[in-house]
Design a protein around this ligand. Structure first.
Ligand code: NZQ
Ligand code: ZN
Length: 385
């Protein structure tokens, strides 16, 4: 295991009724910009709870942040924030609202001409406006990590950035808020969280016993509660476990001291930028094919995954690996997720287009061993056809 520093400053407020607790997290004198998406929070009562908790504070609203939040939309939010003199951002919604708001928080203290440079890395993030999150969709872990993914529509680019300045100060995780999620979004969340764990675990053995065992516990939990939440929408224990598992999957804990492989995400982001594929659906298309194409490099961890997550402990090693990949596909299918490009009606030439875009974005050496070149990514998507 490598040396590491672990510091996650986000305070978690978990459970029913916790939205009211934001009153103690935000200064009385704050001028709050409440950011949200397309309106789900107004239909399900979350907006009313947030407004009640904010009490007499000065509040400005910015709604309309779209799934896969765009640079263009968030620049409009920046104008509203500046005009209103807001000094605290409260993001209420899913990962898109959280991510867009993180970018906004950094853009508002940026002194250069082009805030997009903060996403590409051309300009350094020097700070951010304070930010809190009320989460309504368990999936991304964005509520308590320091990453965000922003789409520049005009450039056709979907890129990630990370900086400690954009850690939310607090995150409210009330499983009750997830009751109104459409089944497609529940499934997306389960699959996204599952792939987050995989990308920090399915690499090469690195002696991280705690990280490995916790990753396996999270994967087994997601396999159990994902289909359960879909089949029994009123099972609040399942919803609570899903929300906590998705949070723990990407709060930085299981990645410390061990290698990571974000190539499924990077290839998936290109699919979303090109075809508008839901984030999680891009991942379930890429991952099984990536496991097949990269099975030699990942052999030891694939065997561990087969044994610890799918209880495949007997028989020839190659057969155990193939069974684990088939189990992974069957799990995704049981959630209603696609596992081939054709399942989402994406044409085969996606392989060439994604490879070209990875090259253009400088994402040319992905994976725990930098072995996923644009050519290997192309092979993965050919295998996913
Ligand atoms: O916009 P509204 O009306 O709120 O509706 C949303 C949206 O249409 C709806 N929704 C959310 N909560 C709801 C609800 N509908 C009913 N009841 C509720 N309680 O769900 C739809 C999807 O929301 P979105 O925020 O886009 O989903 P998700 O949380 O999956 O976020 C996806 C985004 O996060 C990025 C993805 O790339 C994508 O852009 N990611 C961010 C990460 C991070 N910051 O660490 C990591 C992830 O890998 C991911 O890349
Ligand atoms: Zn993801």
């Amino acid at each position: 295991m490598n040396s590491f520093t672990y510091a996650n400053p986000t305070r978690i407020l978990f459970g029913p009724g916790q939205i009211a607790a934001i009153a103690k997290q935000i200064p009385e004198s704050a001028k709050v910009l409440v950011t949200y998406g397309g309106g789900s929070i107004k239909a399900n009562g979350v907006y009313d709870q947030v407004m009640a908790a904010l009490g007499g504070r000065a509040v400005t609203e910015f709604g309309g942040i779209e799934p896969n939040p765009s640079y263009e939309t968030m620049m409009k939010a920046a104008a509203v924030a500046r005009e209103s003199g807001s000094d605290f951002i409260l993001a209420v919604g899913g990962g898109s609202v959280a991510d867009g708001s993180k970018f906004l928080a950094a853009a508002l203290v940026h002194d250069g001409p082009e805030p997009w440079d903060l996403v590409t890395g051309k300009a350094k993030i020097k700070g951010a406006m304070p930010l809190g999150v009320v989460l309504t969709l368990p999936a991304t872990g964005s509520e308590s990590n320091c990453a965000a993914v922003i789409t520049h529509k005009a450039k056709g680019a979907k890129l990630a950035f990370a900086h400690p300045a954009v850690y939310p100060a607090f995150a409210v995780l009330d499983p009750e808020t997830t009751r109104t999620l459409p089944p497609r979004q529940v499934a997306n969340g389960v699959a996204d969280a599952f792939v987050h764990v995989i990308e920090q675990y399915l690499t090469r053995p690195a002696g991280g016993m705690v990280q490995d065992a916790y990753a396996e516990a999270l994967l087994r939990t997601l396999v159990a509660v994902g289909p359960k939440t879909l089949a029994e929408p009123d099972d609040m224990d399942a919803r609570a476990n899903l929300m906590w598992a998705a949070n723990q999957a990407l709060n930085g804990l299981i990645s410390v001291g061990v290698p990571g492989d974000w190539s499924t995400h990077m290839i998936g982001h290109e699919l979303t930028a090109l075809y508008g594929t839901d984030h999680a659906r891009s991942l379930t298309i890429v991952l099984p094919a990536l496991m097949r194409v990269r099975r030699a490099a990942k052999r030891d961890k694939l065997l561990q995954y087969a044994a610890e997550v799918w209880d495949l402990k007997d028989g020839p090693a190659d057969a155990r690996i193939e069974s684990a990949i088939l189990k992974t596909e069957a799990f995704f299918r049981s959630l209603g997720m696609p596992v081939r490009l054709a399942d989402d009606r994406i044409a085969k030439d996606a392989a060439d287009k994604v490879a070209a875009n990875l090259e253009a974005h400088g994402l040319t050496a992905l994976g725990e061993d930098k072995g996923v070149t644009p050519e290997v990514a192309r092979q993965i998507l050919v295998a996913a056809a």
